[in-house]
Design a protein around this ligand. Structure first.
Ligand code: SF4
Length: 347
């Protein structure tokens, strides 16, 4: 019977060292393999030129390497690039490159599909297929970075885990992917350039605070009223605003990192003066920043974006109360690459 081979990008460097020792090879071979796999993304054992045939055969006998490929990419009139990545199962996940002023930001997916069904999000309309493994998450960053270097003559400046899926429902693989993105074996990027966005899984927020993570945390807030937030996002029924706040206070105490609250402005839904006042009250309870986001209409949606007047009033009320606020205009909407629009038609 054929032995089931492990994906080599799912094990640790320590495990690979142990493997080489067990097979009577030198443990430093593991570091060589690691550099091929993560730094150069050479995912074919035959092409690891500093290994001998016996090492290559040994690796091939016991390991496989799962990877993703670029299926298509689409360039928006504002320069945003949407990538469709194909998994080995032929399912498709999406990533986006957002060029803005001196920044090049990659928005990447952590799951194929999503189980959470937030009402304003296109990804929520497709079922969860599966969690992505660390290599599949890393590959998105690698490919988008390659594109950035080729077409913009510089590497990515920022990475946001805001594509398809809820990162904290796949948090072990997300943390592993961040480890390789930041490691000298991988892309050696700074933690400060990475933001993980969650709907607010409070148990995991506390857990990563305990682990002393160094990346930025963004919370999909969208309302500071439990009644409204539960209508917009099912997760609020089990992780309400009190428990969310509690976990964020804990997170800030442990890490000194101010979370960013993401707030998509929906016309007549969460953009009134009363909504802004509730948000101010919530923000005053723990150090934070606010990103107000222009809504992008998705198919079958009941929502519309806020008017300019409502948007300006909302921003002014926050500013008057000394809340750090930024407004993010929609980007890449003509190729369905904007926030909340990632739901490829191929799945
Ligand atoms: S907003 Fe995030 S968590 Fe909610 S449905 Fe969309 S992808 Fe899932």
């Amino acid at each position: 019977m054929n032995e089931i081979k492990l994906d080599i990008r799912e094990i640790s460097l320590g495990q690979l060292k142990d493997f080489f020792i067990e097979k009577s090879h030198k443990s430093f071979r593991a570091a060589q393999v690691w550099e091929w796999i993560w730094k150069h993304r050479v995912l074919n054992f035959d092409k690891m030129t500093n290994l001998s045939l016996k090492h290559i055969q040994c690796l091939k006998k016991h390991y496989t390497i799962k990877k993703i490929n670029i299926l298509e990419f689409h360039i928006s009139s504002d320069g945003t690039v949407k990538f469709l990545f194909e998994l080995e199962s032929k399912k498709v996940v999406e990533g986006v490159l957002i060029p803005q002023r001196n920044r090049l930001t990659a928005c990447i997916s952590s799951q194929a599909g999503c189980s959470l069904a937030c009402t304003f999000c296109a990804t929520g309309q497709i079922k969860l297929h599966r969690n992505l493994n660390p290599g599949e998450i890393y590959d998105q960053v690698f490919f988008i970075n390659q594109y950035a270097v080729k077409h913009f003559k510089k590497p990515l400046t920022n990475i946001v885990y805001m594509g398809m899926g809820e990162p904290f429902l796949n948090y072990k693989n997300v943390l592993k992917s961040i480890h390789y993105i930041t490691s000298s074996f991988g892309m050696a990027m700074s933690y400060k350039r990475i933001t993980v966005s969650t709907v607010g899984i409070t148990k995991i927020i506390k857990k990563i605070a305990d682990e002393g993570v160094k990346f930025n945390l963004a919370i999909s807030l969208h309302s500071a009223s439990n009644t409204l937030r539960s209508k917009l996002m099912d997760i609020n029924k089990t992780n309400d605003l009190d428990s969310l706040l509690n976990s964020l206070i804990y997170f800030y105490d442990k890490t000194r990192i101010k979370p960013t609250y993401e707030y998509v402005l929906l016309s007549g839904v969460n953009d009134s003066e009363q909504d802004a006042k509730l948000l101010v009250k919530f923000c005053k309870k723990n150090p934070c920043k606010v990103n107000l986001i222009e809504y992008n209409k998705v198919a079958n949606s009941i929502y519309e974006k806020s008017t300019n007047l409502a948007t300006i009033k909302f921003i002014k009320l926050l500013e008057k109360n000394n809340i750090l606020v930024k407004f993010r205009r929609s980007r890449g909407a003509d190729v369905n690459a904007a926030c909340g629009q990632l739901a490829n038609k191929i799945n």
